[in-house]
Design a protein around this ligand. Structure first.
Ligand SMILES: Cc1cc2nc3c(=O)[nH]c(=O)nc-3n(C[C@H](O)[C@H](O)[C@H](O)COP(=O)(O)O)c2cc1C
Length: 334
């Protein structure tokens, strides 16, 4: 028997597969089905800052910084009419979900400013969440906002939220930071108990007929695993925190790679949306079979075994690899 258990944010989990936020967790019965299929924990869909305070002055200041784009930006939020109800409904769903399942349930807040909305961190805690995940999706488009200022804003937000709760806090990040290792270290110093790498950006597309900018949500594939894989492998052992890998987890191989890079857990959404919940036992069965075949006893034994600090060729994660990859391209094979 192999030991699939792992820990994440101080929680003991039956295995390393966790359902990341998605519309699936809007319904309690779906979370129950996820539990029955075998996921070790669930992060609920996000409650957005914009849902909590529609016209927060602090958010306004943060987003606008002298421009008039805030009102326009809000029109991109499809549920704006339901805003006043959403936060209460969120807490209610969380409470009901906690009662319906035995696996850990984490709440998710999505926001950027250090405003009054963060009181919902405590409300999520009081509704029974085992941990809180903060998704900090922010797209800087202001020529006068420096990377230092932007990072300071994140750090302030983490420490504000952390000081208002007792449950563990994970921070879900985008991959686009100039000096990720230093930033990751700062976030952990500010109180993040775990880093969730990486948030997936949904790039807008153009509708050429109507000359409109349109949302374009494409589900991921395993190819997208390599970006978080590389960064978790680099950060593991250097930044003392837990890591959750998100983006591109579709197969048992993806989960094994995530753990070997150094992740405590691998999160999945697109695989569930594409292939349904039967994918969960398939992935977990595959992980177990692979570990038996390769004589691994536990997930803990495997964790970080392919991290930058553990591999024979650490440069494979760095610039040297860039030249090697380009040189390995064979024009004849195209
Ligand atoms: C339809 C949909 C809704 C999502 N909603 C949320 C959300 O509310 N909060 C959040 O942090 N991530 C959300 N995500 C992102 C996923 O949790 C996940 O991080 C991302 O899809 C990458 O993982 P994957 O490759 O397994 O899909 C959503 C993704 C999809 C496809």
């Amino acid at each position: 028997m192999v030991d699939l258990t792992t820990t994440y944010l101080g929680l003991k989990l039956n295995n390393p597969l966790v359902a990341s936020p998605s519309p699936l967790s809007e319904k309690v019965e779906n979370v129950k089905r996820l539990e029955d299929a075998g996921v070790a924990a669930v992060v609920l869909y996000s409650l957005f800052e914009e849902q909590i305070i529609h016209e927060s002055l602090e958010l306004d200041h943060f987003l606008n910084r002298g421009t008039e784009t805030y009102a326009e930006a809000l029109t991109y939020f499809p549920n704006i009419g339901k805003f006043s109800l959403a936060p209460e409904k969120y807490l209610e769903t969380l409470e009901k979900t906690k009662k319906a399942v035995t696996i850990p349930v984490m709440g998710s807040l999505n926001g950027v400013s250090s405003g009054g909305w963060i009181e919902y961190a405590r409300k999520i805690q009081d509704a029974g969440a085992d941990a809180l995940e903060l998704n900090t999706y922010y797209l800087p488009n202001d020529l006068n906002l420096t990377s230092n200022e932007l990072e300071d804003n994140y750090v302030r937000l983490i420490s504000d939220i952390k000081s208002s709760i007792n449950i563990p806090l994970a921070v879900k990040l985008a991959p686009y930071f100039t000096a990720l290792p230093n930033f990751a270290k700062r976030l952990v110093e500010a109180g993040a108990n775990g880093l969730v790498l990486f948030n997936r950006f949904y790039q807008p597309d153009f509708d050429l007929e109507n000359l409109e900018v349109v949302p374009n949500l494409v589900l991921s594939s395993s190819d997208e695993l390599r970006l978080p894989l590389r960064w978790i492998a680099i950060l593991y052992g250097k930044v003392k925190t837990d890591f959750a890998l998100t983006s591109g987890v579709h197969t048992s191989e993806d989960v094994l790679k995530a753990v070997m890079a150094g992740a405590n857990i691998a999160m999945t959404t697109s695989a569930l949306l594409k292939r349904g919940m039967s994918v969960i036992p398939q992935i977990l069965g595959g992980v177990e079979a692979w570990m038996v075949e390769h004589e691994y006893e536990s997930i803990t034994q495997m964790r970080g075994s392919m991290s930058q600090g553990a591999v024979a060729e650490p440069a494979a994660f760095e610039r040297a690899n860039y030249m090697k990859v380009l040189n390995s391209f064979d024009l004849e094979s195209v």
